[in-house]
Design a protein around this ligand. Sequence first.
Ligand SMILES: Cc1cc2nc3c(=O)[nH]c(=O)nc-3n(C[C@H](O)[C@H](O)[C@H](O)COP(=O)(O)O)c2cc1C
Length: 224
Amino acid sequence: MNKFTDAEREAVYKAIYTRRDVRSFLDKPLPDEAVFRILNAAHHAPSVGFMQPWNFILINHKDVKDKLAWAAEKERKALAIHYEGERETKFLELKVEGLKEAPLTICVTCDPTKGGSHVLGRNSIPETDMMSTACAIQNMWLASCAEGIAMGWVSFYKKNDIRDILDIPPHIDPTALISLGYTDTYPEKPILETVNWEQRQEMEPLIFHNTWGNKEKTASSSQE
Ligand SMILES: Cc1cc2nc3c(=O)[nH]c(=O)nc-3n(C[C@H](O)[C@H](O)[C@H](O)COP(=O)(O)O)c2cc1C
């Protein structure tokens, strides 16, 4: 296995801890080479049975971005019914996308038919195709962070609206709309934490030992 130097290990953790979801972007174009590196990072993600179910639709045309923003805004308003009173007001104040501002939007899709009907490992858990696509998107997020480029994941939309706007065939899943661009407001903390919508949970209570809910750590028996 490749051994990381201390500095390289620190750099990986720096990307993990400082990566943020961003919704405000500057009107400044992105270098093609950086976009290529970000896409190539996505393409090197793990995938079930190595099926590589992803495609990337690069959108920089204003009319198309406006249509995507319309679909997201329609969904944002529809989702407000899940909240009442103060929470509803707060929800409607949240900025949940920056699709019009970002110089580049990437629709990351997932093709469940890629690799045929018996993809190794996917027969047991069909959602593994989408999980693989999510791994690719996380790679994009970390790579963007390392490039000094802000990224936002937008999932407020009806999939058929996005299929219609981008001419995506019915069997292809429009998994995510990704906004990419430079920003002068890179958040230190998750935006939802800053606006008191949600806080990061303590990690310790999330960890169990050997069975669900068991907090007691026992000595390992594997070397007996
Ligand atoms: C699957 C997925 C979908 C998301 N969809 C949206 C979205 O539609 N709009 C949005 O503003 N943020 C979206 N986010 C970003 C989360 O709100 C964000 O990751 C979370 O608040 C933690 O903040 P951080 O990413 O800055 O650590 C999404 C994140 C994930 C993983």
